[in-house]
Design a protein around this ligand. Sequence first.
Ligand code: AMP
Length: 284
Amino acid sequence: MLVCKTISEIRESVNIRKKDGKSIGFVPTMGALHKGHLTLVEESIANSDVTVVSIFVNPIQFNNQEDFDKYPDTLEEDLDALKDNNVDIVFLPEVSEMYVKAQGQVTINFGMLEEVLEGEFRPGHFSGVGVVVSKLFNVVNPDIAFFGQKDLQQLAVIKTMVAVLNFNVQIIGVPTVREVNGLAMSSRNMRLTTEQRVDAGLIFDQLSILKAEVLEGTDFDIARNKSSDVFAKKGFDVEYLELVDSLSLESVKSITNKEVAICIAAHFGGVRLIDNLVFSPIKK
Ligand code: AMP
């Protein structure tokens, strides 16, 4: 496994492989890898000749300095896991390699897509994601890139950006990988105690109950009120809990004839957790 730290190194390594006619699969990450990330890697290996994984904690997508400072760093274990999972190239740049101060700053406005859900609570987050993913695409030049449905809004933002700005890369969304109790795997789960991780299974339980109620035709506001009470009683501080169209992310009141998603962000045990369930109406 080749580890590249500079843009020129990774460009050269990818170019050599492209000249040999190899397709490039790309998995961008911020490290602290878990089975969710490794599932994206598996998908890339199954669908391309060469798999590149980047590990870069992108400062400009954090609107909370403490969250950035506390972001887990398990680099040695990450590199071992990527090697064991047959990754070909790891891109591991320093912040100074990715952001040259003298270059000035570019922001991206995603309109409505960045105003709802996460956007409301994390101003500037999706601009930061859009900028870093654009840079990584320009540097790695992949044919196909893999993103988790766990970050549904991020996936929507990236699909929109790629379509609108004509990036020559195919974007694949990969279903969320969960712990046995349903908790969506996340690097942030490392900051929960064992007991809190068990209790955090409540998020998936409630999403599943809400899904069943929505499919039965219950108005989402009514279903959400019940759920909010349960969360409050168990010490969860819910930031948002919404039923949305899975593509436009516009809020809906009940099941439509299109695919929808129930999305949540909640603070629990000092950690901000996000999750979602995507589903379609049952065809009769
Ligand atoms: P991160 O390192 O958190 O930026 O995540 C890197 C990629 O892994 C993103 O595309 C995430 O959506 C994806 N990812 C994170 N957690 C999961 C999970 N539990 N299941 C599937 N994909 C995930």
